[in-house]
Every structure is written in structure tokens, then in C-alpha cells.
Design a protein. Structure first.
Length: 202
């Protein structure tokens, strides 16, 4: 399998962590996903021009991270990271959605900060995105006592979202949520997390 990859993408990391937990390696194809200067190599197969985009061994092109993670789970026999239909599955998928939504807001804030010219910066919009991040963190803190030692699509997505805040928003102070922080310390020590740490290009 090959994957359009970025060393700082939290969505790519989610796929790599899921793959590592299931025993899959993916060849990393360097790419430069960017919403303004679009990487035409990615666009050629994924019109959204986003990473992760996966090339399966039997010729399929899959995106986005949710589809890829589910594909990897099925390839590994199924119901490893995604529970079978029932309450547990819908809860894990909702955890994934909250983590991905937090990331969508954080990524928009990041793009706004690094790409938008200063004179076009719209503060209320930035504040709205930040409020999504803070309300998502508060909800994660209330859920954290239930995470235990679970390794599934919910906890993987949440860990990758928190790791991205550490990478791009080190002043966010999300560790004020102490139950979430204690859980993350344990989860981020997993080999799958250690082997996929973000690398900031020099
Ligand atoms: N919903 C997508 C989000 C992927 C995403 O936002 N990727 C970012 C990098 S972290 C990207 O490719 N940005 C470039 C763009 O949006 O054009 C997923 O789960 O994979």
C-alpha cells in the first residue's frame, strides 16, 4: 500500500497509527497538500487534493482518513478498531467525529494564521473555530474516564487530535483537562504512537 503523506498531518497520523496497530506498513509518498497552492499530483487521483490518500495493493484509491481506517480494519479481518454494529460502534464513531471536528477547526485556524494576509484576518471567525476546539476538549475530558485501555478508532482519533494541538498550538493548555492528560500520557507511549510522531520539516 502507498499513501500520500505529510509528516505534520494529524489525519495521516491517524491512518498510520491505525495501520501500525493492525500490523500494516504503508509506503509514504511525499506530497505537499495545500488548500491554496494545490498539489496536482494528489489532485490527479483525489480531486480534493488532500492527504491522506491511499493506494491499495489491488488498485483502489481511497480517501479520507475515515474510509482508509475502516478499510484497514476490514483488511485485518474486521471489528478490531471498529466494533460490530451496535451501541459501542456508534459511540466509537462519534468519538472519531468529535476528534476529527476538533482537528478541522484547528487546521482552519492554522491555515488562517499562516496563509491569510494580516489585513484580511477576521478575528470573530478565528474565535468561532477556537471555541469549537475548547468545547470539544471539555467534552473529551468528560468522556476520558471511560477510555480505559481501549485501542480503537475513537481513542486513536482523539490521541492524534491532542498530539496535533501539541505540535501547532503548544500554548492551548489542553492539559488543564487532567483526566484527559493522564489518559494521553499512557496512550501516547504506545509503539504505534511513538513510531508515527510528527516530524516538522527543517
Ligand atoms: N476529512 C479529511 C481531512 C484531511 C485534511 O484536512 N488533510 C489536510 C492535511 S492535515 C489537507 O490535505 N489539507 C490540504 C487541503 O485541504 O487542501 C480526512 O479525514 O482525511
Amino acid at each position: 500500500m502507498k499513501i500520500h503523506y505529510s509528516p505534520t498531518s494529524p489525519f495521516v497520523r491517524k491512518v498510520l497509527v491505525a495501520g501500525a496497530e493492525l500490523g500494516f506498513e504503508m509506503e509514504r509518498l511525499p506530497s505537499a497538500a495545500n488548500p491554496v497552492t494545490r498539489d496536482q499530483t494528489i489532485v490527479a487521483t483525489n480531486p480534493l487534493g488532500q492527504v491522506p490518500t491511499l493506494f491499495t495493493d489491488d488498485g483502489m484509491v481511497l480517501y479520507d482518513s475515515r474510509v482508509i481506517c475502516e478499510y484497514l480494519d476490514a483488511l485485518a479481518g474486521g471489528n478490531r478498531l471498529f466494533p460490530a454494529p451496535g451501541a459501542a460502534r456508534w459511540e466509537r464513531l462519534t468519538e472519531q467525529s468529535l476528534a476529527d471536528g476538533l482537528l478541522d477547526a484547528a487546521l482552519l485556524m492554522r491555515y488562517e494564521r499562516v496563509m491569510r494576509p494580516d489585513e484580511m484576518f477576521f478575528k470573530p471567525w478565528q474565535r468561532g473555530q477556537h471555541e469549537k476546539v475548547t468545547s470539544a476538549l471539555a467534552r473529551l475530558e468528560s468522556w476520558a474516564p471511560g477510555f480505559g485501555e481501549r485501542v480503537d478508532i475513537g481513542t486513536i482519533s482523539i490521541a492524534c487530535a491532542l498530539a496535533y494541538l501539541d505540535l501547532r498550538f503548544p500554548d492551548e493548555g489542553w492539559r488543564r483537562h487532567t483526566t484527559l492528560a493522564a489518559w494521553y500520557e499512557r496512550f501516547s507511549a504506545r509503539e504505534s504512537m511513538q513510531r508515527t510522531e510528527h516530524q516538522v520539516p527543517a
